[in-house]
Design a protein around this ligand. Structure first.
Ligand code: SF4
Length: 386
């Protein structure tokens, strides 16, 4: 795999017909009306995708609501869609581009590409940014001095840059989501005796502990350590899962004392958390799961159930509004919201859609061919384990 760089995304940047600034002074009602007008003009050719963590006024305009993989997959499967406005973060738009423009889909559309727009390019993901491709290639080289890297399967959480997914695909590895991380680890252990898990140490640790792997078999690889990610050769030789030192800045905020506080105040409360939370919180929870599982768990619970939920604030608040028959609390006294996702507001969405309608798309996310090809290999392996 040649030419894979730290920034595999090519931004096609024609001059916008509309500048962003004037959109910022419009009211939400005006912006909503203008977004609806563009939406009507495009009909089924346009899909506005809204991630569960997105703010309410944006979610209200989304054609599809979901998690990153589900949204990308559903949009890619739409035969009429030619434009995607992804109200999420950068790696999600990359995944949408890879899936919607994979060779089979391009052939179905006679080569016509789907343009994926990220309304604000500053909507990144702090977790994905903690695993730069240069750091990963350096780690792999260093590991090769101590271990046989042919006997290590790299596994990456879908919350990662396309360049990391491509690295994983090229080295016999697999992508996972928070719903199938255990299945992906089993897939990996059927092939090699070790795994390197990127970029979320918490999802990797929580999943591996559930499979009976012990903490001393899970050294952390710190890309900023002087050598060997901060571990000794012995620790690496004894490892089963090497955990990349990354985390989600949102889920990292939930603490064991928050769980204890809720249990003291409401003895019959149930704690429901995302597996990106630290182990100390995850182990105290009654239930855990992906955003989709959290939603389904609440939806299927009897009225009067009390919950303290440890995931992104917008999703928890929406669950509260949609399920007044249950008592839902946010599992933290401090605000834990995805600040980068929050950058996608109505002004950016309207601005990007009106430029699209004017034939001057802005913020188009296009993953280069080589990176997309290998990232797709890793994503397709994930489908094998579903
Ligand atoms: S919630 Fe965490 S993992 Fe998800 S996009 Fe935001 S920073 Fe990234």
């Amino acid at each position: 795999m040649n030419g894979m760089s730290n920034m595999p995304t090519t931004l096609q940047a024609p001059q916008p017909v509309h500048q962003l600034q004037p959109f910022k002074s419009l009211s939400n009602d005006e912006l909503t009306a203008r977004i609806r007008a563009v939406r009507k003009k495009f009909g089924p050719k346009l899909l506005i995708l809204g991630h569960h963590y997105q703010q309410d006024e944006v979610i209200a305009l989304a054609d599809l609501r979901g998690d990153s993989y589900g949204l990308s997959q559903n949009a890619a499967n739409s035969s009429q869609c030619r434009y995607i406005a992804f109200c999420g973060v950068h790696f999600m738009a990359e995944t949408a581009d890879i899936l919607a423009n994979r060779p089979g889909k391009l052939a179905e559309r006679n080569g016509e590409r789907v343009a994926v727009v990220l309304p604000d390019l500053a909507a990144g993901c702090s977790m994905a940014d903690m695993a730069g491709i240069d750091q990963i290639e350096d780690a792999w080289d260093q590991l090769g001095d101590v271990l046989d890297t042919e006997d290590i399967t790299p596994v990456t959480y879908i919350n990662s840059a396309a360049s990391l997914k491509a690295f994983v695909g090229c080295h016999g590895g697999i992508v996972c989501t928070s719903s199938n991380a255990e299945a992906a680890l089993r897939w990996a252990f059927a092939r090699t005796s070790r795994v390197m898990f990127f970029p979320d140490q918490h999802l990797g640790r929580n999943t591996a502990l559930g499979m009976g792997i012990t903490l001393d078999q899970m050294p952390i690889w710190d890309p900023y350590a002087d050598a060997l990610g901060g571990s000794s050769e012995e620790q690496l030789r004894q490892s089963k899962v090497i955990l990349w030192k990354g985390h989600c800045s949102v889920h990292q905020m939930f603490r064991p004392e928050h769980v204890r506080m809720f249990r003291e105040k409401y003895p019959d409360i149930k704690i429901l958390v995302h597996p990106e939370c630290p182990r100390e919180v995850f182990e105290l929870a009654d239930e855990s799961g992906s955003t989709s599982k959290i939603i389904k768990t609440v939806e299927s619970s009897p009225p009067g159930t009390k919950w303290a939920i440890g995931t992104e604030l917008h999703l928890v608040n929406r669950l509260k509004q949609e399920h007044p028959e249950q008592e839902i609390h946010f599992l933290s006294p401090v605000v834990c919201m995805c600040a980068t996702m929050y950058r996608i507001d109505l002004a950016h969405l309207c601005w990007s859609l009106e430029n699209l309608a004017a034939g001057a798309p802005v913020n188009v996310i296009k993953v280069d061919e080589d990176t997309a090809r290998w990232a797709l290999v890793a994503l397709e392996r994930m489908l094998e384990v579903k």
